[in-house]
Design a protein around this ligand. Structure first.
Ligand code: WTA
Length: 647
């Protein structure tokens, strides 16, 4: 037994929860021994139009990766999230919306959700949006974002939600990649009192890529915007002339439900494609068991619908379960550092799911903003997006949760569709900083650099040995990239890109990415994307970007920049480059530190030695390793001497 700090499962949790430890053991064993039987049973939680006869049909063979679940079944995801609940829940609240301004909030019942989704779907249908068409959604955290997603699902159109913090440039790339003919947006978004010019960004993106013949615009702030009389339609005007009925398209389990762009180690963001049946079964089941959701619970996931967490745990998981899901437009520290806890009290939130970066930022504001609120309604806390350091975990547990609420530290990825490694609150003893044990059907493996599977307590790279229903099916339009990215490094396994330790109790501790992806304030960013933005600037000749430890964001963005001959490394240019990256990608990609470097460490064949750059950024100068094989070993001394924030 390890000497880690352990929090036992409270007795009342063992009793009230869907799953206690004995049941976890039994269900887990069955899920890996008899996946077909296990998942056939679990899939009954979803209403099927045509029942499936086949369950799992998957292969990780790198020559022919193919993933199919419930492949001959048919269903509609929107029907499962709305219509099937209406007989019992028409008047039950589906969405509680809390605006950026604490004065703004509203509640939407399942009946109202149905009517709004049908109107949105009708507007799209009247403009010939059909099964299989791609629709880009670029909206703030307002209920219309859910209406738009579910309207697409209703028609069988494939939604691609783009986070409102992305620039016109990034939006354009995503519209172009999936050839969306339709964009759904709002006049403006508001976060922390600041306006975000969404419609203007859409106009700029379309001017760049074209191909969009129809834009639906939600009036949110009422700010002045340009409307194209042919191309653009106000949502409220369109909704006024359609009915609140729209039939659900019958979809095959393996028909696409959505595309979500995410950063990888190399190249442009990938269009992660999720399909209908397996995704919905998995999102629904994990939402119920991980958050131990029971009828009537008020559940709040603070993510944005622009990320996968918002897809699975604000929209599809909770709504397929007939849950009450809270949607928050604002930020944790506006108007004050008490906002999260005030929202918990105002809406009597029982389950709160947020990110370590928010917890760390609020922790810096001290205990008072928390302890002056009640938080009595809270029963369970969750964490997602990056490793949570034990100090932040303890603060979340003791100060926010008053020592009463278990914390589910949930590890997963855009690619996995739902949570893969996590405690179950009635079953799992907690260790601060560990995501603990695999969810049902998930078989983690830790491998060394050669792909040898390591047993027992060990450290290495995290793979998953076999498929689960929520897994992504392909990279949109590029199946080979899907295979190359995830199934070639360790043939026969899904490689996550994360490093991981397993302790003597079989608990998993995710140590962070081992590739060139970084998690900045819970947002996933490819270092290659930031580099290509930097080198697009006329004064930059070369750039190398790495992550470095950041107190609040988890990781910060550290950019080494070599300027064109004759350019002077000034403070002004530093600011100009930060602003440039914000404009090219979006504010989430702003470099935290830029170090001007006359040269970058390269091998004799010209490959940048990122390992060395990472060590310098981490202030770990003692571990630079062998630098004698570099083309010019002297550049390293220069980089160390000038490490940016040492000055
Ligand atoms: C990281 C977010 C440690 C991890 C759902 C993963 C985590 C990446 C955790 C995926 C966690 C997510 N503990 N690390 N509980 N959750 N990560 O695609 O590095 O935005 O590979 O999905 O976030 O980020 P993505």
């Amino acid at each position: 037994m390890s000497d880690d700090k352990i929090y036992d499962v409270p007795a009342e949790w063992r009793q009230r929860a869907w799953v206690d430890d004995a049941k976890y053991q039994e269900m887990y064993a069955r899920s890996v021994k008899d996946p077909d039987g296990f998942w056939a049973e679990q899939a009954k939680r979803i209403d099927w139009i045509e029942p499936f006869t086949k369950v799992k049909n998957t292969t990780y063979d790198p020559h022919n990766v193919s993933i199919k679940w419930f492949e001959d079944g048919t269903l509609n995801a929107c029907y499962n999230c709305i219509d099937r609940h209406l007989p019992e829940r028409a008047d039950q609240v589906a969405i509680i919306w809390e605006g950026d301004d604490p004065k703004d909030s509203k509640k939407i019942t399942y009946q109202e959700l149905h009517d709004e989704v049908c109107r949105m779907a009708d507007i799209l249908r009247n403009r010939n949006v059909e099964k299989g068409d791609r629709v880009t959604i670029y909206l703030p955290m307002i209920p219309e974002a859910v209406y738009a997603m579910l309207a697409c699902a209703r028609l069988g159109a494939v939604h691609s939600v783009v986070f409102g913090g992305f620039s016109p440039e990034s939006l354009a790339g995503r519209i172009e990649d999936c050839q969306s003919k339709v964009v759904i947006t709002a006049d403006e978004g508001v976060r922390g009192g600041r306006k975000v010019p969404l419609k203007a960004n859409v106009d700029a993106a379309i001017a760049k890529v074209g191909g969009v013949d129809f834009v639906v615009v939600v009036k949110h702030t009422g700010g002045a915007i340009d409307m194209d009389p042919v191309r653009d339609v106000w949502y409220h005007e369109g909704a006024a002339v359609v009915t609140s009925e729209c039939p659900c398209e019958e979809m095959n389990a393996e028909d696409p439900l959505f595309i979500l762009y995410t950063s990888g180690s190399t190249g442009k963001p990938k269009g992660v494609l999720h399909t209908t049946g397996g995704y919905l079964v998995y999102a629904s089941m994990t939402h119920q068991y991980v958050f131990d959701y029971h009828d009537g619970d008020i559940y709040w996931c603070t993510a944005d619908v622009g990320w996968v967490t918002g897809h699975s745990y604000i929209v599809y998981g909770p709504l397929s379960n007939g849950a009450i899901t809270l949607m928050f437009e604002g930020v944790p520290n506006y108007p004050t550092n008490s906002r999260f806890w005030e929202v918990c009290d105002k809406h009597q939130v029982n389950i709160l799911y947020t990110a370590p970066t928010a917890i760390r930022a609020l922790m810096q504001g001290g205990n008072d903003p928390v302890t002056k609120t009640s938080r009595k309604s809270l029963r369970l806390l969750g964490s997602v997006g990056e490793p949570i350091n034990p100090e932040a975990w303890e603060w979340y547990y003791h100060v926010v949760g008053d020592d009463r609420c278990p914390i589910v530290d949930t590890w997963w990825q855009t690619e996995t569709g739902g949570i893969l490694i996590t405690p179950l609150p009635g079953a799992t003893k907690l260790k601060p900083g560990s995501a603990t044990r695999p969810f049902f059907g998930v078989q983690p493996e830790i491998v060394d650099a050669e792909g040898k599977v390591l047993e027992g307590a060990t450290t290495g790279n995290l793979c998953i040995a076999d498929s689960w229903p929520g897994q992504m099916r392909t990279v949109y339009g590029d199946h080979q990239r899907f295979i190359d990215t995830y199934f070639k490094t360790y043939p026969g396994k899904y490689f996550t890109g994360d490093g991981c330790r397993r302790d003597a109790d079989g608990y998993y501790w995710i140590t962070g990415r081992v590739d060139d992806v970084i998690n900045v304030a819970g947002h996933r960013m490819g270092t290659a994307e930031v580099e290509s933005a930097l080198v697009a600037h006329t004064k930059v000749s070369e750039a190398a970007v790495v992550g470095y430890p950041h107190d609040i964001k988890g990781q910060g963005i550290y950019a080494y920049v070599t300027l064109m001959a004759g350019e002077k490394p000034t403070e002004e240019l530093r600011k100009e480059l930060v602003a440039w990256v914000r404009k090219e990608i979006g504010p989430i990609a702003s470099p935290d530190l830029i170090q001007f470097a006359p040269g970058l460490p390269k091998t004799r064949s010209g490959k940048i030695m990122r390992r060395i750059l990472r060590k310098i950024a981490e202030d770990d100068f003692g571990n630079l390793g062998d630098t004698t094989t570099l083309a010019d070993p002297a550049v390293v001394d220069d980089l160390v001497t000038n490490r940016q924030n040492k000055k």
